[in-house]
Write a new protein. Structure first.
Lengths: 165, 789
C-alpha cells in the first residue's frame, strides 16, 4: 500500500509515493536524498533529525511523512542558497568551533534558528534551556552556546525564515 | 593565510572540514547506499545468560525479501574475535581468554549478544523475518556486577574462566609498600566505585559491506577509529581473508570516544555474508542496539590506602581494584584496567612506593573496553579522591598537600613503570586556582549557606600517559600489535600536497591541524594541503586514533615524511642552483644557496621532480612522495589541574556546577581553538560521569535498565556551565612537535574534581563516602541519611 504525498521541500514542490508508515526522516533521507538529516536515536531524544516544518523545528523521526502533506519542510541542505555562502548561523557555528564530529550539527543549527525566532535576544540560560532537545557528545555545548549568541546577533529580524519558507 | 605560513603554528585556524558538516554534505556510513543495496538486522539475545538449545531459521529464510539468515552454526571457518592484549597474571599464567564468537554459539552471555543476522531487500523485511526465527533458550542465572561474580557459587559466564576470573595482575613493590605503611604517621583509606558508562557517540555504529566476485575482493564502509587495525584483525584472525583483498573505509565518523576502536561482530558478519548474498549489505545500529552492544566503559570497584608521614608527604599507595570485562574480551579490554591504569597511580606525586592489584572479571553484561581516557580517568579518580580525603583528615589545605608532593625534577621515574619526561605541575595548579577564584570561595560558600545551599570546591591534579607508545615496550607488556603511526606526503607536480595519515579524525579536526603542520613546514598556503585519512585503499598503514595519540604520533610520522621531502628537495635544488647540497637552506617555502639571493621555490622543485628534464637522474629518483613510520620512544605526559565548584540544593539534591576551571599542559599547541574544544568536550563527558550518567543492569535478570536516552542521562546544554580553560606549555621532549595530546584530559580530570567538590560540600553534613553519579536522588538520599529531618 502506498499513498501520494505532496509537499514543499527546501522551496521546491515535491510529489512522491510513500508507504504510509514512512517517517518524515526516512522520506527525506531515503527518497529525497537529503542525508544531512541524521538519525542518532530511536526515542526522539537526540535531535539530530531536526528540520523545520512550516517554520517550526520538529524532530523528523517523530512525524510521519504523510503528516507533512501540503506543508513546507526546510532541512539543513535548504539553508544555503546554492552559492556556497553559509547562512549566518552556519557561519557562526564555524567561527565559534561549535562542531566537532558534525553529526549533531544539522539538527543543532535548525534548532538554533527556531530558538532565535522565538527568543531573538536569548541569554545563555535561555539558549541552554532551549537546546535541551539536541544532544551533542563532542563540544560540551560551550561553543554551541557561543555560536547561537553570535549567529542571533548577526541575523536581522525575520532572516531566520529565509531558505524556502 | 599565505603570507606568513610558519605563523600558522599556534593559530586558531578555522576548520577545513566544517563546510561539509554545516551544509549536510558530510558522508557518514549510513549516507552511503550502494547499487543493489541490501539491509541487515541482527537478532539479539533477550536474556543475559542462556543455553541455546536450538535456533530454527527456516521460516525466516522463506519470508518475503529475505536473501539469507545466518546463525553461529552457519559461520563455519570463522574464528572468534581476538583480544589485542595478553595480560599475564600474578600466577605467571596467561589470562583466561574464552572464545568470542561473531554470532552466539552454544550460549548467549549478555542481553544484546547477537544470535543471528537476517539479510533482506529492505530493513523492514529483515526485521519482519527476524521475528520468525525460533530460538530455544534455556535461561540460566545471570551475574552483572564484579562483587557478585567473584562470590562462590556465582553463575559461571565461561567454562574457560573458573570463578569468572579473567586474570589477577599486579604492579609495584608490595614489600616496599607494606614497609612504608608500617611507619606511616597517617593512613587514609577509601572505597570507591567508578561507575559504568555507555559511550553514546551520536552517530550510531554502522557498516556497509560488499564483495566483488570478479576479483574476489571486499569493500567495507564502517564507523571506525582505525580502519587498518579493523582490517588486520578481521582478515588475519577472524575471517582468514587475504588482507590485500579487503578495503576498509571509515568515511566521516560521528564521534568515537573509544567505542569505535574495536572489531565488532556486526561488521565481521556483514563482510562474511556479503560473499554469500552477492550484494552489498548495510547495517546501522538503532540507538537501543548502541546501548546494548557498543563496548561500555569504566566499571571498577576499588579499595585504596594512602600512607603519609607527619609532614603530609606521601609514603606509599596501595590499591586493589576489581574490573568488569563484561561477557567477552573486547579488542583492548584487558589492558585498560592494567597497563593504562595501574601505571598512572603515581599521579603528579613523588609517592615512592606503589602497589596495585587488579582482578578482571567476566559478567553477563556487554563487553567493557576503552572509553575516553581508558584507565587513566579511573587512576586519576583513585589518586585524587584519596588525596582529597587525606587533606581533609590531616587538616592540610588541598592545594598545599598536593604541592608538598609534586614531582619537580624531570625526567622522573615512577615506581609504576612510567618515566615522565617533563612537566610543571605548580604552574597549572596556580593558574587553575586563579581562574577558579579560590580566594573568593569562602565568601561564596557563606553566601550560599545563607540561602540554605551547600557549596563545595574540588581539585583534581591529573596526569595521563598518551601517544601510545613504544611498540617494543608495549610488546613486552603483552600488546599483540605495534603502536607506531604512518604518514605519507605526496607532493603533486604543481606543488600542492596530499597527506595520507593513519590517524583518523572523527571530530578532532585533523584535516585542519595536520594541514597547519604541513603548510607551516613547507611554507605553502594552507589551501594547498589536503589531509586524507580513513581508507586502507589510500593510506599506507595506520594504527588509528585513540589515547590522544594523533598529533604526537600521527603528526610526527607526517613530520618525518616532510623531513624526507625537504631532504630530497634540497638535492634537487642543489642540482638546479649548481651548489653543494650542504649549502642549500630551506625556509619560508624556498630552497636557497646560503649567503646568496639565489633560490628556487617549493613549487619549482616539485615541478622539476615530476618533469625531470634538468635533473640528476643518475643519482636521484624522480617524483616527490615520501612515507614515514614513527614509533615513539616514550609515552607523552599531559597533565594539569581542574577545579570544580558546585552548589547543592539539599531540598532537591540537585548539584549545579557553578564553575569549572581547567589548566592543562598539552605541550606545544598547533590550533588553540581545536584544543579548547577538545577540553570542553572531555570535561562535559567527565561531568556527565560524575553528575548523571550511569549504566545499570538489573541485578537478577541482567536486563539493561538504562537502555535508551530516556533512561540513561546524557548531559544536555542546560546541565552544564560554560568552562574556563587555559594552558601552560612544557614541550614534550621526545617528539619533534613537542606535542603531548589533549583529547582525553577533560574526561580524566573532571570526575575527580567534581566529586571532590561534592565531598567538600558534604563535609558539613559529615558524609565521607559517596559514589558517582551525584544525581539528585542519590544526593538527596545521602543528605537525608546523614541528617534525618
Amino acid at each position: 500500500m502506498s499513498a501520494t504525498l505532496s509537499l514543499t521541500v527546501n522551496g521546491k514542490a515535491v510529489s512522491a509515493s510513500v508507504d504510509p508508515r514512512t517517517l518524515l526522516v526516512e522520506f527525506l533521507r531515503d527518497q529525497m536524498g537529503l542525508t544531512g538529516v541524521h538519525v542518532g536515536c530511536d526515542t526522539a531524544q537526540c535531535g539530530a533529525c531536526t528540520v523545520h516544518l512550516d517554520g517550526r523545528a520538529i524532530k523528523a523521526c517523530n512525524v510521519l511523512a504523510l503528516q507533512a502533506a501540503g506543508a513546507s519542510v526546510l532541512t539543513i541542505e535548504g539553508l544555503t542558497n546554492g552559492d556556497g555562502a553559509l547562512h549566518r548561523m552556519q557561519a557562526a557555528f564555524r567561527e565559534c568551533h561549535a562542531l566537532q564530529c558534525g553529526f549533531c550539527t544539522p539538527g543543532m543549527v535548525m534548532s538554533a534558528l527556531d530558538l532565535c525566532a522565538r527568543h531573538p535576544h536569548a541569554d545563555e540560560a535561555t539558549i541552554r534551556a532551549q537546546l535541551d532537545g539536541n544532544i551533542c557528545r563532542c563540544t560540551g555545548y560551550h561553543n554551541i552556546v557561543k555560536a547561537v549568541k553570535q549567529g542571533a546577533a548577526a541575523m536581522g529580524e525575520g532572516e531566520v525564515r529565509h531558505g524556502g519558507e | 593565510m599565505g603570507a606568513n605560513e610558519p605563523g600558522l603554528i599556534g593559530q586558531s585556524v578555522l576548520r577545513k572540514e566544517d563546510a561539509r558538516f554545516l551544509t549536510g554534505t558530510g558522508q557518514f556510513t549510513d549516507d552511503i547506499t550502494l547499487p543493489r543495496q541490501t539491509y541487515a538486522f541482527f537478532l539479539r539475545s533477550p536474556h543475559a545468560h542462556a543455553r541455546l538449545r536450538g535456533v530454527d531459521s527456516a521460516k525466516a529464510q522463506a519470508a518475503p525479501g529475505v536473501l539469507g539468515v545466518y546463525t553461529g552454526a552457519d559461520l563455519t571457518g570463522v574464528n572468534g574475535l581476538p583480544c589485542g592484549w595478553l595480560i599475564t597474571g600474578t600466577d605467571g599464567k596467561p589470562m583466561n581468554e574464552p572464545p568470542h564468537p561473531v554470532l552466539a554459539q552454544g550460549k548467549v552471555r549478555y542481553v544484546g549478544d547477537p544470535v543471528a543476522v537476517v539479510v533482506a531487500e529492505s530493513l523492514v523485511q529483515a526485521k519482519d523475518a527476524a521475528e520468525l526465527i525460533d530460538v530455544d533458550y534455556d535461561v540460566l542465572p545471570a551475574v552483572v556486577n564484579v562483587v557478585d561474580a567473584l562470590k562462590p557459587g556465582a553463575p559461571q559466564v565461561h567454562d574457560e574462566a573458573p570463578g569468572n576470573r579473567c586474570y589477577t595482575w599486579a604492579l609495584g613493590d608490595k614489600s616496599a609498600v607494606d614497609a612504608a605503611f608500617a611507619r606511616a604517621a597517617h593512613v587514609t583509606k577509601i572505597d570507591i566505585v567508578n561507575n559504568r558508562l555507555i559511550p553514546n557517540a551520536i552517530e550510531p555504529r554502522a557498516a556497509n559491506a560488499s564483495h566483488n566476485a570478479a576479483d574476489d575482493a571486499y569493500t567495507l564502509y564502517v564507523t571506525s577509529q582505525n580502519p587498518h587495525v579493523e582490517r588486520l584483525l578481521m582478515t588475519a584472525f577472524v575471517l582468514g581473508l587475504p588482507e590485500h583483498k579487503v578495503r576498509v573505509i571509515a568515511p566521516d565518523v560521528g564521534g568515537g570516544f573509544g567505542s569505535k576502536i574495536y572489531l565488532y561482530p556486526e561488521e565481521t558478519a556483514l563482510v562474511w555474508a556479503s560473499k554469500h548474498v552477492h550484494r552489498p549489505i548495510k547495517w546501522v545500529a538503532e540507538r537501543s542496539e548502541s546501548f546494548l552492544a557498543d563496548a561500555h566503559g569504566r566499571d571498577h570497584v576499588t579499595h585504596a590506602e594512602l600512607a603519609l608521614d607527619k609532614n603530609g608527604k606521601f609514603l606509599a599507595l596501595r590499591v586493589q581494584t576489581t574490573a568488569n570485562m563484561g561477557a567477552y574480551l573486547s579488542t583492548f579490554a584487558s589492558c585498560i584496567p592494567t597497563i593504562l591504569y595501574a601505571t598512572l597511580l603515581a599521579g603528579q606525586y613523588t609517592t615512592p612506593a606503589i602497589f596495585c592489584e587488579v582482578t578482571a572479571v567476566f559478567t553477563n553484561t556487554a563487553p567493557v573496553d576503552a572509553y575516553r581516557g581508558a584507565g587513566r580517568p579511573e587512576a586519576t579518580y583513585v589518586v585524587e579522591r584519596i588525596v582529597h580525603q587525606a587533606a581533609v583528615e590531616t587538616g592540610i589545605a588541598q592545594d598545599e598537600l598536593r604541592r608538598r608532593n609534586f614531582i619537580r625534577t624531570f625526567p622522573y621515574q615512577t615506581p609504576v613503570a612510567l618515566n615522565y619526561d617533563i612537566g610543571d605541575y605548580d604552574a597549572c595548579l596556580d593558574e587553575a586556582m586563579r581562574m577558579a577564584d579560590v580566594k573568593g570561595f569562602t565568601a561564596r560558600k557563606a553566601e550560599a549557606a545563607k540561602r540554605g545551599k551547600l557549596r563545595g570546591l574540588g581539585y583534581a591534579s591529573y596526569i595521563e600517559a598518551c601517544g601510545l607508545a613504544p611498540s617494543n615496550i608495549a610488546g613486552a607488556l603483552g600488546a599483540r600489535a605495534g603502536l607506531f603511526e604512518a604518514g605519507e606526503v605526496r607532493v603533486h607536480p604543481t606543488g600542492s600536497v596530499s597527506v595520507f595519515t593513519g590517524s583518523h579524525s572523527h571530530g578532532q579536526g585533523h584535516e585542519t591541524t595536520f594541514a597547519q603542520v604541513v603548510a607551516a613546514r613547507l611554507g605553502i598556503p594552507l589551501a594547498n594541503v589536503d589531509i586524507v585519512h580513513g581508507d586502507t585503499g589510500r593510506v599506507p598503514f595506520g594504527m588509528g586514533t585513540y589515547g590522544s595519540r594523533s598529533l604526537s604520533v600521527g603528526g610526527t610520522a607526517i613530520v618525518k615524511a616532510l623531513d624526507k621531502i625537504v631532504a630530497k628537495g634540497r638535492k634537487i635544488a642543489a642540482h638546479l642552483l649548481e651548489a653543494a647540497e650542504s649549502d642549500i637552506e630551506f625556509s619560508d617555502g624556498k630552497f636557497s644557496v646560503a649567503g646568496t639571493d639565489r633560490s628556487k621555490t617549493f613549487g619549482e622543485i616539485a615541478l622539476t621532480a615530476y618533469v625531470p628534464h634538468n635533473y640528476p637522474l643518475g643519482t636521484l629518483e624522480p617524483g616527490l612522495d615520501e612515507t614515514a613510520f614513527y614509533d615513539p620512544t616514550n609515552f607523552t605526559f599531559p597533565a594539569g589541574t581542574h577545579i570544580c565548584e558546585v552548589e547543592i540544593d539539599p531540598d532537591t539534591g540537585v548539584v549545579r556546577v557553578e564553575r569549572f576551571s581547567a589548566c592543562d599542559d598539552f605541550g606545544n599547541i598547533i590550533n588553540p581553538m581545536i584544543v579548547e574544544g577538545q577540553v570542553h568536550g572531555g570535561v562535559a563527558q567527565g561531568i556527565g560521569q560524575a553528575l548523571m550518567e550511569s549504566c545499570v543492569y538489573d541485578r537478577d535478570s541482567g536486563q539493561l535498565l538504562t537502555g535508551s536516552m530516556m533512561d540513561y542521562a546524557m548531559p544536555r546544554a542546560d546541565d552544564l556551565p560554560s568552562f574556563q580553560v587555559s594552558t601552560k606549555v612544557t614541550p614534550c621532549t621526545h617528539n619533534p612537535l613537542g606535542a603531548k595530546g589533549c583529547g582525553e584530559a577533560g574526561a580524566i580530570g573532571a570526575p575527580a574534581a567534581l566529586m571532590n567538590a561534592v565531598m567538600d560540600a558534604f563535609a558539613a553534613r559529615g558524609i565521607v563516602h559517596f559514589d558517582m553519579p551525584a544525581s539528585p536522588h542519590r544526593v538527596w538520599s545521602a543528605l537525608r541519611a546523614a541528617q534525618p529531618n
